[in-house]
Design a protein around this ligand. Structure first.
Ligand code: SF4
Ligand code: SF4
Length: 369
C-alpha cells in the first residue's frame, strides 16, 4: 500500500470516531465494527501483521460504498473509501476476497457481453451509430433493468432539439467502476483501455451512471488512459437546453431530488439536475442533500457483499419522504434509481431524472393540444 494510504490508516486508528454519525453503512447495519474508524483501524492491524489476512478479518473492507460521506467530516482529509478499496485489492492479491465476488472479472465480462447484446435487441436500431458528434451511453444498470428510461431519455433529446444524439455502439456497456470496487485494479485498467478505444469515436459521450462518469473523468486519467472525449452526465448535457424544457403552467408536482454520491460529492454536479427539474416540478430537498447527500446503498458492490444492509440504506434514505406524505423521488443515476425503487415504501415513487422531466413536459404539451 502506498504512503498516503498508510497515513490515512494511522490517522483513523487513533481517531475518536469523529465521522461515525455520517457513515450510512454503520447506521443501517447498527454494527460498531463497521464505523469508518473501526474498518480503517482493522485494516491497519492486518497491514502491520498484528492480524492475519483472512476472509473473516477482511470482511469489514467490503462494508463500504465508497460514498465519501465520512470524508466530509474529517478534518484530516482522510478518505476511508479509497483506502478500503485499496485494502480490497490487497486482499484479492492474497487470495482472501469476498465469497460473493468469486470469479468477479469473468462474471463482469459475461454481464457486459450480455448487456451489449440486450441493448441491440431492446433499443431502436436506427439510433445506434459507430461514430457521432454526441453519443449516449446509458450505463449497464439502465440496460439491465429495461429499456423504459433509455427510451424516455431519447424522447427528451428529440423534444428539446437534440435529435442528433446517437446511442453509442460498443461492445462494452460499463465503464468498469465495479472492477475497482471488487479489488481488481489490473482488470479495470485492461477494461478501461478498451472502453477508451471504443468511445474515442465520439466527440461527446453522455452518461447516466454516476460512478462511471467519475471513473471516465478521474480514474482513467489516473491510470494514464487518455480519453480524448468530453464526458458529460446527462443533466450536464441537458443543461444547455434547459430553456427548451417546457415549464408547466398547472401546479407543479412535488419531486424530491436524490443526489448520487459519485455525482454530487465527487464531482459537484449539483445545480444542473435541479435547474432542469425546476422547469416541471416543485423541487424538494432531502435533509442530507447536495454535497452532503446520503448514499442509497448501491455503491461499492455493497448490494452483493451485504445485500440486506444495502437495502436498509435505501429504505432509510426514503423514510423522510414517506413521513412527509410520500411523492416522487428523482435521481440522476441508473444504479441509485434501481436501489431506491426496489426499496420504496408505499406512496413513494422513484424515477429517473430525465424520465420525470420527459413525462412532466409531455403532459404539458399534451394538455396544449
Ligand atoms: S476518516 Fe477522519 S474523522 Fe473518520 S475516523 Fe478517520 S480520521 Fe477520524
Ligand atoms: S466512504 Fe461511505 S460507506 Fe465508506 S466508510 Fe465512509 S461513509 Fe462509510
Amino acid at each position: 500500500m502506498m504512503n498516503p494510504t498508510l497515513t490515512h490508516l494511522e490517522l483513523c486508528t487513533y481517531c475518536p470516531k469523529m465521522c461515525r454519525f455520517s457513515c450510512p453503512v454503520t447506521l443501517a447495519s447498527g454494527r460498531e465494527a463497521l464505523t469508518p474508524q473501526a474498518k480503517m483501524a482493522g485494516l491497519n492491524q492486518i497491514r502491520k501483521g498484528n492480524e492475519p489476512w483472512t476472509p473473516e478479518t477482511t470482511e469489514p473492507l467490503w462494508a463500504c460504498t465508497g460514498c465519501r460521506h465520512c470524508s466530509n467530516y474529517c478534518t484530516h482529509g482522510v478518505q476511508p473509501g479509497a483506502t478500503l478499496f485499496a485494502g480490497r485489492a490487497e486482499a484479492m492479491r492474497r487470495g482472501v476476497g469476498h465469497h460473493a465476488l468469486a470469479r468477479y472479472p469473468e462474471r463482469f465480462r459475461a454481464r457486459d457481453e450480455r448487456l451489449a447484446k440486450r441493448a441491440r435487441e431492446i433499443l431502436p436500431k436506427e439510433r445506434f451509430a459507430e461514430e457521432a458528434r454526441v453519443g449516449f451511453w446509458p450505463g449497464c444498470d439502465a440496460i439491465d433493468k429495461g429499456a423504459g428510461d433509455v427510451l424516455a431519455q431519447l424522447r427528451l433529446f428529440d423534444r428539446i432539439g437534440a435529435e442528433h444524439v446517437r446511442l453509442v455502439q460498443a461492445e462494452r456497456m460499463c465503464g468498469g467502476y465495479p472492477l475497482l470496487a471488487a479489488g481488481h485494479p489490473d482488470v479495470f485498467r485492461w477494461h478501461a483501455l478498451r472502453v477508451a478505444a471504443e468511445l474515442s469515436r465520439y466527440g461527446t459521450v453522455v452518461m447516466n451512471c454516476s460512478a462511471c462518469v467519475y471513473a471516465l473523468r478521474a480514474l482513467y486519467p489516473a491510470e494514464g488512459i487518455h480519453l480524448p472525449v468530453e464526458i458529460l452526465h446527462v443533466s450536464e448535457y441537458l443543461e444547455s437546453f434547459v430553456a427548451r424544457v417546457k415549464p408547466t403552467r398547472a401546479e407543479n408536482p412535488r419531486v424530491y431530488y436524490h443526489d448520487p454520491c459519485y455525482l454530487a460529492r465527487y464531482q459537484n454536479t449539483i445545480l444542473a439536475p435541479r435547474k432542469l427539474l425546476a422547469r416541471v416540478a416543485d423541487v424538494r430537498e432531502f435533509a442530507w442533500s447536495k454535497g452532503d447527500t446520503e448514499c442509497c446503498g448501491g455503491g461499492g458492490l455493497l448490494p452483493k457483499t451485504m445485500p440486506s444492509v444495502a437495502d436498509e440504506m435505501a429504505r432509510r434514505r426514503l423514510r423522510e419522504v414517506a413521513a412527509e406524505g410520500g411523492g416522487i423521488v428523482a435521481t440522476g443515476c441508473a444504479t441509485c434509481k434501481h436501489m431506491l425503487a426496489r426499496n420504496a415504501p408505499s406512496g413513494v415513487i422513484v424515477k429517473d431524472l430525465a424520465t420525470v422531466i420527459e413525462e412532466l413536459s409531455r403532459n404539458v404539451e399534451n394538455s396544449d393540444e
